[in-house]
Design a protein around this ligand. Structure first.
Ligand SMILES: [Zn+2]
Ligand SMILES: [Zn+2]
Length: 346
């Protein structure tokens, strides 16, 4: 067998020899011996060290690593609403930047117990308002220009990611509302039998593909652990609410909302669910005397429903829906308590 010398033998020169060859190839002055560290006349390392010493390492590192780091690091996500890169994440709302979050006009203290306004409220004390059919309304934010834009982005431009933010805001507010009502019952507990929402017309549904109020209600129902039920339908397409006067709106709403066709079955389901949980014995009404909001004694525990909508303006939509829900529950021989929660208070 022929003994073939390994090629790698060439490369396996002694380290000292290899360095000398390398320096020769670079044309360096090797006047002394070997050009190795520790030997007199060694200038290679002096030159090398000197060259290296001339480099500003702090800047070099920055210059080399920064573009590399930018290339490899996952990019900071842009804020959903202002588009700026998010540097500080907000707990629960990672899609929006901290400055946008800080600009949200949260309603933290309620001045009007009925409609949930954060400011003095002439509307609810107006004559004829006593016969409203809902117990109270709470809203998450004041409907300012920024919130109007957020809602438009979701509702009219289909920004679903922003819709998810609004839904989470509503869910958190539903939890706060249940807590507030629990404190009023004196038991610390309050249950909604079901969560429902203000419906949109079929035309609007075809146009948008979703009902924003339903999506907000879905999150509220999830948070509360209550069933989400479509108890109402909208019988005809109405003009956009915001372009109408208060009276025109009130007139138009009559006959717009109807009970859903299977509402009876849904409400029976609510009642059987309640019995199975033993809640029938405990009305847990916020009305401590066990009388309803109109002073009549309850013969049965009222069906407590939470109605969700995107914006509360005059309260006429909530009131009309509440009236229909009252009538529907009355058909089953049950009183109702309708609570309202909207994302914004106009
Ligand atoms: Zn932002
Ligand atoms: Zn009010």
């Amino acid at each position: 067998m022929m003994n073939i010398p390994c090629n790698c033998a060439k490369t396996k020169r002694a380290p000292r020899e290899r360095k000398r060859v390398w320096n020769q190839a670079k044309g360096r002055d090797l006047s002394g011996y070997g050009g190795e560290p520790g030997y007199p006349g060694e200038i290679v390392n002096e030159t090398t060290t000197a060259n290296y010493a001339m480099i500003d390492w702090s800047n070099a590192k920055e210059a080399v690593l920064s573009p590399l780091h930018n290339l490899l690091a996952p990019p900071g996500l842009p804020c959903l609403t202002c588009g700026k890169t998010i540097s500080d994440k907000v707990t629960g709302y990672p899609e929006i930047c901290s400055s946008c979050y800080a600009s949200i006009p949260w309603i933290t203290s309620v001045r009007c117990d009925i409609c949930g306004r954060p400011v003095g409220c002439p509307d609810c004390s107006r004559a004829g308002k006593e016969d409203r059919r809902f117990v109270l309304n709470r809203s998450v934010v004041s409907y300012n220009g920024m919130m109007r834009e957020w809602l438009a982005q979701y509702k009219f431009r289909g920004n679903e990611a922003l819709g998810s933010v609004l839904a989470r805001m509503t869910g958190a507010a539903a939890k706060r509302l249940a807590k507030e009502l629990g404190e009023r019952t004196g038991t610390g507990r309050f249950y909604f039998d079901a969560v429902t929402y203000v419906p949109v017309s079929t035309d609007r549904m075809m146009e948008r593909g979703f009902n924003q109020a339903r999506n907000l209600a879905l999150e509220a129902a999830n948070v509360l652990g209550a069933p989400l039920m479509e108890l109402l339908i909208r019988s005809k397409h109405t003009e956009k609410q915001s372009f109408k006067s208060r009276w025109q709106r009130l007139r138009d709403l009559n006959g717009v909302f109807l009970p859903a066709t299977d509402v009876e079955g849904l409400l029976y389901a609510v009642l059987s669910r309640r019995t199975s949980r033993g809640r029938g014995k405990f009305p847990l009404s916020i009305f401590a005397s066990d009388k309803n909001e109109f002073g009549n004694a309850y013969s049965y525990a009222p069906i407590k429903l939470l109605l969700i909508d995107d914006v509360y303006t005059t309260g006429s939509t909530v009131d009309t829906c509440a009236a229909i829900l009252h009538e529907t529950c009355a058909l089953l021989g049950r009183p109702a308590e309708i609570y309202s929660l909207t994302w914004a208070r106009s």
